[in-house]
Design a protein around this ligand. Structure first.
Ligand code: NAD
Length: 334
C-alpha cells in the first residue's frame, strides 16, 4: 500500500477527485490517501495557497495526485503549480497524447509522449529591463549540461520502461548553437548508452509541421522547456484537447506529482457534470509509476470503454452522462 498526498483542488477538483479515487479503488489500486489543501480553497480555509502541512505531506509521501488549482489573483500570490514544481525540483513534465476512440478529434493514429524539461530555458526566471525607461527587456535562456542530462536520461529510461522504441530530441540548434547545441550534444552522447532505443533529432519548426501532417511518425519527444510547453498543448489538440490530457511531473529523490492538465472549470463547478478523464488517466500514470500496472491497465481500459460509448460520455464530449454515470461506466468496463 502506497500513501499518496491527494490535493483535490478548486472548482471541479473535488468532483473529479472523488470520481478518480472511486475508480482507482475499484480497479484494484492499492493506494492510501493523505488529503491536503492548496489553491484558492486553502487561502479561504488557512490563509495560504500552499500551506506548510501540504508541503510536509508531499515530502513524506514523495507522491501526489493533484486536481486543478485556481491561483488567487492579487494579494501577491505566486502560482502554486510553479511553486510546487520548484519546491520539489520536478524537472521532467511527461505528457502522453494517445488517440481515444469516441473522443472527437481530427486524427485517429496518435500515440506519443512529450518529455519536457521543466526548470530551465527561458523559464529560469532570468529577466530584466535593459534601460531605466523600461523600453527594452531581455529574458535569458539557461540550458545546463546537468539539466539536459537528467531530463534526457529520464526520457530514455521512460522509453525503456514503457516499451517505446524511439526518441526524437527537438531543438533549434541551427540558430541557438550554444544553448540548444548543448542540449543536442548531450542527447547524442546519452543516446549511445541506449542502443536498444532509436534516436533522432528534429528542428522545432519542422516538428510543429510534422506533428500535424504525420503524428504517427513520433514515439517519445524530449525537448527544452519553452518548446515542450508549446508542443505539449499542440499534441493535446491532436487527441481532442486538454480535457482528456494527463500529465506527470517527475523530480529527483523519487518525487512525482500527477495532475490533469485542464483548469478548475469554474463555469461547471458543483454541477456534477465534469469529465474526470484527465485525472483518471493521470492516476493511471501514478499506478504505473508505483508498479501497480494491472490496476493502471484496468483503469485505462475502463476510461477508454466509457469514452467509446456515446451513452456514457460527458457533456464536454457531446454526451449526456454526468460525472457519476461516467464513473459507473468506467468501473463496469473493468
Ligand atoms: P479551464 O480548463 O478551467 O476551462 C476551459 C473550458 O474547458 C471551460 O469551458 C470548462 O468548463 C471546460 N473544462 C475544463 N476541464 C473540464 C472537465 N474536466 N470536464 C468538462 N469540462 C471541462 O481553463 P480556464 O477557464 O482558462 O481556467 C480556469 C481556472 O483554472 C483559472 O483560475 C486558471 O488559473 C486555473 N488553471 C489551473 C490549472 C492547473 O491547476 N493545472 C491549469 C489551467 C488553468
Amino acid at each position: 500500500m502506497k500513501t499518496v498526498t491527494l490535493i483535490e483542488g478548486d472548482g471541479i477538483g473535488p468532483e473529479i477527485s472523488a470520481a478518480t479515487v472511486r475508480a482507482i479503488e475499484a480497479a484494484g489500486g492499492k493506494l492510501a490517501w493523505e488529503r491536503a489543501d492548496a489553491g484558492a480553497g486553502a487561502v479561504a480555509k488557512l490563509g495560504d495557497p500552499l500551506p506548510q502541512a501540504t508541503i510536509d505531506s508531499i515530502k513524506r509521501n514523495t507522491l501526489a495526485l493533484k486536481g486543478p488549482l485556481a491561483t488567487p489573483s492579487g494579494g501577491g500570490y505566486r502560482s502554486v503549480n510553479v511553486t510546487l514544481r520548484q519546491q520539489f525540483d520536478l524537472f521532467a513534465n511527461v505528457r502522453p497524447a494517445k488517440t481515444i476512440a469516441g473522443v472527437p478529434s481530427r486524427y485517429t493514429n496518435v500515440d506519443l509522449v512529450i518529455v519536457r524539461e521543466n526548470t530551465e530555458d527561458l523559464y529560469a526566471g532570468v529577466e530584466h529591463y535593459v534601460d531605466p525607461r523600461r523600453t527594452a527587456a531581455e529574458s535569458i535562456a539557461i540550458i545546463t549540461r546537468f539539466g539536459s542530462e537528467r531530463v534526457i536520461t529520464y526520457a530514455f529510461e521512460y522509453a525503456r520502461a514503457h516499451g517505446r522504441k524511439k526518441i526524437t530530441l527537438v531543438h533549434k540548434a541551427n540558430i541557438l548553437k550554444m544553448s540548444n547545441g548543448l542540449f543536442l550534444d548531450t542527447g547524442r552522447e546519452i543516446a549511445k548508452k541506449y542502443p536498444d532505443i532509436e534516436f533522432d533529432d528534429m528542428i522545432v519548426d519542422a516538428t510543429a509541421m510534422k506533428l500535424v501532417t504525420q503524428p504517427e511518425r513520433f514515439d517519445v519527444i524530449v525537448t527544452m522547456n519553452l518548446f515542450g510547453d508549446i508542443l505539449s498543448d499542440l499534441t493535446a489538440g491532436l487527441i481532442g484537447g486538454l480535457g482528456v490530457a494527463p500529465a506527470s511531473n517527475i523530480g529527483d529523490n523519487n518525487f512525482a506529482m500527477f495532475e490533469a492538465v485542464h483548469g478548475t472549470a469554474p463555469d461547471i463547478a458543483g454541477k456534477g457534470i465534469a469529465n474526470p478523464t484527465a485525472l483518471m488517466l493521470s492516476a493511471a500514470m501514478l499506478l504505473d509509476h508505483v508498479d501497480q500496472r494491472d490496476a493502471a491497465d484496468r483503469l485505462r481500459k475502463g476510461v477508454y470503454a466509457a469514452l467509446g460509448n456515446a451513452e456514457t460520455r460527458t457533456g464536454d464530449l457531446g454526451g449526456k452522462a454526468n460525472t457519476q454515470a461516467f464513473t459507473d461506466a468506467v468501473i463496469k468496463a473493468f
